[in-house]
Design a protein around this ligand. Structure first.
Ligand code: ADP
Ligand code: MG
Length: 478
């Protein structure tokens, strides 16, 4: 039997407000437990929530950026359940009338094609507190600092067909919320996490199979692994003649497996009803126009512009716009390099990304600034140094030895372009290698590379490679 994988993601993006969604308490990460929870967050009797206007603006930005409908009227609802980290006994969320619905996002697939993933809805809600199981022996601590932190829950259509697609979708949403500056995207701190719903159906069958939901995955790598594990597990169950049980599962990264947490609750278990403490949110056209005008250039638009303006490939432009920081670094480099778009793209996606990856560093921490890299590229473009020597200079800049021009000067790396000087060295190389010269003249033309190598060795790589090639060929043709 051939199985088709069906996946829908629910992404929780923590909105980057300074205060909470319904109170004035701070949302700053890492404070001592329970120092940032006010009476509203603690759910004390008699308190009233007041909506933070900024979260509405942020949700509207997201809606406009994903071709969604931003609802003129949305309603907060109580989602009732009991848990120690939820002192009110309900979470304020949105249910029937979410603020954002019916949008989409296009993702890139591995084969270079693109695919549209539907966004069912994105609703506002408050986060719960946190249970601390490790800090007290035999007891559980409760930290309510996180209670009331604003979240945007982004729910996809079940349009995703593999773990790879799920990762591509999640990365694209991640980049987008950071472009929009509505979420810091910090996955270690839990500011961006996802639940993955996974099911299988026999290929060709229309009806979806029973799904499981894997909760709270907080890295791209884990999303891919957790989903793949779950696909294998369900396949084993189904091929063994069993049935998948609809349930919530946890991914254990240490063991690389998912484990059953609880059977899935249905919406009616939560007894949703409109929260009588909060008025419906009504938005007018003027507000939506203002939000639309405040949107920055979005990743897809920027990518198209990079292709157009700098003559980059669709792929390279995608890499360079995958994060706002990389895109800004690239454009600053182009400017410093006198408009050399392609060359800048090659170096940012090549040499620079390579060393950043190796060192596990973000582009913002690069010791080589865009101005420094641009300065180096100017010297490649004007023929002062070859691309190969430029790598040496780059390495020296990375180590803090200064700007490209001073390194080239100090190390005497200027390219030898004087053809008289190069010819002299070529003649010496040919005289020193009479056997190879004979073989070359006898038809072994691949020895050209050998002669070029010898000349480069003699000049420590400084001879202009084009010139060297020309001169060798000319002298050997005599
Ligand atoms: P709930 O609110 O119970 O989590 P929803 O119906 O809102 O459930 O769906 C949550 C997510 O699960 C959505 O992203 C949706 O696309 C996805 N989903 C729904 N049915 C399936 C299925 N059979 N297989 C995989 N994903 C599914
Ligand atoms: Mg769910």
């Amino acid at each position: 039997m051939e199985w088709e994988v069906v996946i829908g993601l629910e992404i929780h993006a923590q909105l980057a407000t300074r205060s909470k969604i319904f109170s004035g308490a701070s949302t700053a990460y890492g404070a001592p437990p329970n120092t940032q929870a006010c009476a509203v967050d603690l759910g004390l009797p008699g308190v009233l929530p007041v909506l933070n206007g900024e979260v509405v603006r942020m949700a509207a930005k997201f809606g406009l950026a994903t071709h969604s409908t931003v609802a003129r009227r949305s309603v907060f609802a109580r989602k009732n359940y009991f848990y120690p980290d939820l002192p009110k006994g309900y979470q304020i969320s949105q249910y029937e009338l979410p603020i954002v619905h019916d949008g989409y996002l296009d993702i890139d697939l591995d084969d270079g094609s693109s695919k549209r993933i539907g966004i069912t809805r994105a609703h506002l809600e408050e986060d719960a507190g946190k249970s601390l199981h490790e800090d007290f022996h035999g007891q559980t601590g409760i930290d309510l600092n996180r209670a009331g932190t604003p979240l945007l829950e982004i729910v996809s259509e079940p349009d995703i067909r593999s773990a790879r697609e799920a990762v591509a979708y999640m990365k694209k949403i991640h980049a987008l919320v950071r472009y929009l500056e509505i979420c810091d995207g910090n996955m270690q701190e839990g500011s961006f996490r996802c639940d993955a719903n996974v099911s299988l159906r026999p290929r060709g069958q229309e009806a979806f199979g029973t799904r499981t939901e894997i909760k709270n995955i907080n890295s791209f790598r884990f999303v891919e692994r957790a989903i793949n594990y779950e696909i294998e597990r369900q396949m084993d169950v189904l091929e063994g003649g069993g049935q998948v049980v609809q349930e919530t599962r946890l991914y254990d990264a240490d063991r690389d497996e998912t484990r059953s947490m609880r059977t899935k609750e249905e919406a009616n278990d939560y007894r949703y009803f409109p929260d009588p403490d909060l008025l419906p949110v009504e938005l007018d056209q003027a507000f939506l126009d203002e939000v639309a005008a405040s949107l920055p250039e979005l990743p897809d638009a920027r990518r198209a512009r990079f292709v157009e303006q700098y003559g980059l490939s669709h792929h390279d432009a995608g890499v360079l716009t995958a994060s706002r920081e990389v895109a800004a670094y690239f454009e600053a480099t182009v400017e410093a390099a006198g408009g050399e778009g392609k060359l800048s793209a090659n170096w940012v996606t090549g040499e620079l990304s390579g060393v950043l990856n190796k060192e596990g560093m973000d582009i913002g921490d690069s010791p080589v600034t865009p101005q420094m890299l641009g300065g180096l590229l100017l010297r490649i473009a004007d023929g002062t140094i070859s691309g190969k020597i430029a790598k040496q200079v780059f390495e020296a800049m990375w180590k803090g030895e200064g700007e490209a021009d001073s390194i080239i000067e100090q190390r005497g790396l200027k390219q030898i372009t004087d053809s008289g000087a190069i010819e002299k060295i070529v003649r010496e190389v040919l005289e020193a290698n009479p056997k190879q010269v004979e073989q070359y003249k006898g038809g072994q033309e691949k020895l050209l590379g050998f002669f070029v190598g010898q000349v480069m060795k003699a000049t420590q790589g400084k001879a202009n490679p084009g010139e060297v090639n020309r001169i060798i060929k000319r002298l050997l043709a005599d």
